[in-house]
Design a protein around this ligand. Sequence first.
Ligand code: MN
Length: 322
Amino acid sequence: MSNLETAPAETTGPGAAAGPVAQLLPGREVPLGRYATVRRMLPDKGRYTVGAWCFLDHFGPDAIAGAAGMAVPPHPHIGLQTVSWLVEGEIKHRDSLGHGQVVRPGAVNVMTAGRGIAHEEVSPDGHGPTLHGLQLWIALPDSARDAAPAFDHVDALPEYVADGVRARVVVGEFAGLRSPAPTYSPLTGADLEVTGTATVPLRRDFEYALVSTVGEATVAGLRVAPGALLYLGTGRDALTLEAAAVRLFLIGGAPFTEPLVMWWNLVARDHDEIVAARADWEAARQGATGTRFALVPDAFYPPLPAPPMPAIRLKPRTDRDR
Ligand code: MN
């Protein structure tokens, strides 16, 4: 499953390949709430982050006519941004700051948790028959992870059009264009519609990976289909994509060098931070005020209880530990 173009003898960040590689990571199916299964492609056994991207779920296409569809009750986040990007359908976001926002294809919801936020994500009343999209998380660097929470909806994204490709710059930068969504480390999140053969520009100092949401493509000598993450390493000026017709999502960024502890919906630096955030959420859920978390006004579902902490201490890790 691995086709190393150059052997990554050195690294440029924790676990980032020092040059171009092509490695298919198969992902795995995990239940999301009561009604849905998603394909989780980050974190993976073989890779913890790609730039600051630390989580990637691909859901659908699911037929949800007459069904609940997405039903993720209020839950907390710290230390990350969530990025909700749809191929088809719609999701309604509500958060503890009071935002209520439906996201549809072509627009993006970016929630910046900072020191703490809670949100709910559901298929709204009257939703369409199909739900298909991605949810990604971006780890916030130390400079931003204790900041106040925020929510942004962006429906006018920059577009890059060249032979065989139309790219929308969803988050960060791509091909010299920059999304207006807020980011806190150098990164790329771009949706690529490819017809035929296209070559897109990359940055040598970024590591990259991509997923297919629709169709198959040949990239760096490997066949990419929905359900796997293709890790591409660093050191590329450009990438050639060959497909009859395909929809890809490219993630990338400067290798993220800070250690991470990821547990449940919380991204921190050590075990004790996770314990403290979990306790704050449990207190808020049971009605306490004055913690970092508030409940989501007008939520459809009751807030999710935090799972019990594992018996062991959680260890911070980087890609290099895997
Ligand atoms: Mn969430």
